[in-house]
Design a protein around this ligand. Structure first.
Ligand SMILES: Cc1cc2nc3c(=O)[nH]c(=O)nc-3n(C[C@H](O)[C@H](O)[C@H](O)COP(=O)(O)O)c2cc1C
Length: 147
């Protein structure tokens, strides 16, 4: 039995919906999954166990990947990971977005993976499918303890 901790951001509910799909896969595999939404109201805390971050992409002000692009809505999650020694427990990032954003698709997760020097595990669109959830769940599982 595997235990997985997820921290996620979700403004419009798509990521939350994908987390629910991951929970179903965890149950099917006899694992336990603890998922916590990190938003502006979340108090900082010290993470003591390995965790993965799920982050949708919200960017404004740019037409590409340049520095003029600014992260919005998901900052609380990035700051939470940055708090204390939390980043040491981050094992990888799963990202999402909308492919209509072209080169900016999934860019926040790509930036987080680079910033925290962890694997960019997978990306899916919007709420993701049940199929995405199964594939990505297994990828998350493979990344536990690899660092
Ligand atoms: C203002 C705004 C900006 C967005 N910017 C991007 C973007 O730059 N790249 C991308 O892939 N998706 C972008 N999206 C799409 C969201 O990432 C996508 O809808 C995601 O599923 C939202 O997750 P949530 O419902 O959990 O908040 C944007 C959506 C909005 C409303």
């Amino acid at each position: 039995m595997t235990h997985i901790n997820l921290l996620y951001a979700s403004t419009e509910g798509n990521t939350k919906s994908f987390v629910e799909k991951l929970k179903k896969v965890a149950i099917e595999q006899g694992d336990t999954l603890n998922a916590r939404l990190i938003g502006d109201e979340t108090e900082y805390a010290n993470e003591t166990e390995p965790f993965f971050a799920l982050v949708p992409t919200y960017l404004t002000g740019g037409t590409g990947t340049g520095p003029e692009v600014t992260e919005i809505f998901t900052n609380a999650l990035g700051e939470y990971i940055d708090f204390g020694n939390n980043a040491r427990h981050l094992k990888g990032v799963v990202g999402s977005g909308n492919r209509n954003f072209n080169v900016q698709f999934n860019l926040t997760a790509i930036r987080y993976a680079k910033k925290f020097n962890v694997p960019m595990i997978a990306a899916y669109e919007l709420r993701g499918s049940v199929f995405d959830a199964e594939i990505i769940y297994n990828k998350i599982k493979r990344n536990i303890g690899e660092q």
